[in-house]
Design a protein around this ligand. Structure first.
Ligand SMILES: Nc1ncnc2c1ncn2[C@@H]1O[C@H](COP(=O)(O)OP(=O)(O)O)[C@@H](O)[C@H]1O
Ligand SMILES: [Mg+2]
Length: 335
């Protein structure tokens, strides 16, 4: 289950820069199904109302279709945490007519376990079954509440390396998958995809695929990094291999790439040394995100309880920062 809490006016105010009283006035006559009130004061709004307000404020970028891949060769950097919270964060702010699809591309299945408490059953049809033509999109997706769909994983997924080993399959495999998703759900669907920490076929084939999708869609690689050299090296290696892969398969055009600090601890000495490290690589500097996620106890707590950072009080640091990351990623689409 992916719990989604209502959006608070303070969150909308932070994103739009509007005064809370202005937002409150906008929703004044709205019915109770859309706006929750306590003593006539608005305390929360539903995703449709939030989406409508962003559009009215000219922030229409959330309406575009999207494939967002989270990747880093280094483990423990926040890929799964990011996938989980970006899915929940998006769902709170986007009209529920538009589907959100969360894809666990990691055979270790930490995202699946986080949401469902267990791996996909051994006999479950997985992404690998779609790629080998044994299953359709409908067979492999699990519907959750609020028009969220989930593609589960388990260790059987590890054989995908073999399935995507021939160059043609590598180039077209995940592309066929995305096209089938957009055929089913429409071009405003948003996909968020987790990966294991390696140069693996799912991640690289997905990167090849999003280069081939329509450029009017958000096609982004988010690379979470931690404040240490190992995580920075993981990002650097991924960016280097992405370039090699693009050259090998003659993939032109650019996708959006954002390296973001996923757990900033604010200790200046650590940040200074990691920025010095990042600064050694012009590729990382080029793609360094203007927003990051601060270290927050709320992240650990939400993982322990199998929730997300928005589940309880969405005004904690991590929730605010994930909001910013989501809007930054959509807003700064390059093409
Ligand atoms: N903003 C944050 N604040 C505190 N801890 C964080 C934050 N982001 C990630 N973490 C911690 O980092 C750990 C690894 O995150 P995870 O998403 O599992 O990494 P990955 O999927 O890259 O292996 C998690 O246990 C989580 O508690
Ligand atoms: Mg993970």
């Amino acid at each position: 289950m992916i719990q989604i809490s209502e959006v608070k006016l303070s969150e909308i105010a932070k994103i739009t820069g509007h005064d809370k009283s202005v937002i409150s006035r906008y929703f004044k006559g709205y019915p109770d199904e859309v706006v929750t009130r306590v003593n006539k004061r608005i305390v929360g709004i539903c995703p449709e109302a939030a989406n409508e307000y962003f559009n009215a404020a000219g922030l229409t970028y959330l309406d575009q279709g999207a494939v967002i891949l989270l990747g880093n060769i280094c483990g423990g950097v926040g890929k799964t945490t990011g996938t989980n919270n970006i899915t929940a964060g998006l769902r709170r702010m986007i009209n529920r007519n538009d589907p959100i699809i969360c894809i666990d591309g990691d055979a270790q299945s930490s995202c699946t376990r986080h949401i469902f408490g267990d791996y996909a059953p051994d006999n479950a049809l997985l992404l690998i079954d779609f790629l080998e033509d044994r299953a359709s999109i409908d067979d492999i997706l699990t519907p959750l509440e609020n028009n969220i769909w989930f593609l589960k994983s388990n260790l059987n997924q590890a054989s995908i390396e073999r399935v995507l080993s021939r160059p043609q399959d590598f180039k077209n495999g995940m592309l066929r998958f995305y096209n089938a998703i957009f055929d089913k759900f429409g071009t405003k669907a948003k996909l968020i995809q987790d990966h294991n920490p390696s140069i693996n076929a799912v991640l690289m084939s997905s990167l090849a695929a999003i280069h081939q999708l329509q450029p009017d869609m958000l096609r982004a690689l988010l690379i979470p990094i931690r404040s240490d050299e190992y995580a920075i090296n993981g990002a650097r290696t991924l960016l280097r291999d992405l370039k090699i892969m693009k050259d090998t398969f003659s993939l032109y055009g650019e996708i959006d790439i954002h390296c973001y600090f996923s757990s900033m601890d604010g200790r200046i000495s650590t940040m200074a040394s990691v920025l010095e490290q990042a600064n050694k690589d012009k590729n990382i500097v080029k793609h360094l995100s203007a927003v990051g996620v601060r270290f927050s106890d709320e992240v650990h707590k939400s993982i322990d309880k199998k929730e997300n950072v928005y589940s309880k009080n969405p005004t904690n640091k991590a929730a605010q920062d994930y909001n910013e990351l989501i809007h930054y990623t959509f807003r700064s689409k390059s093409c």
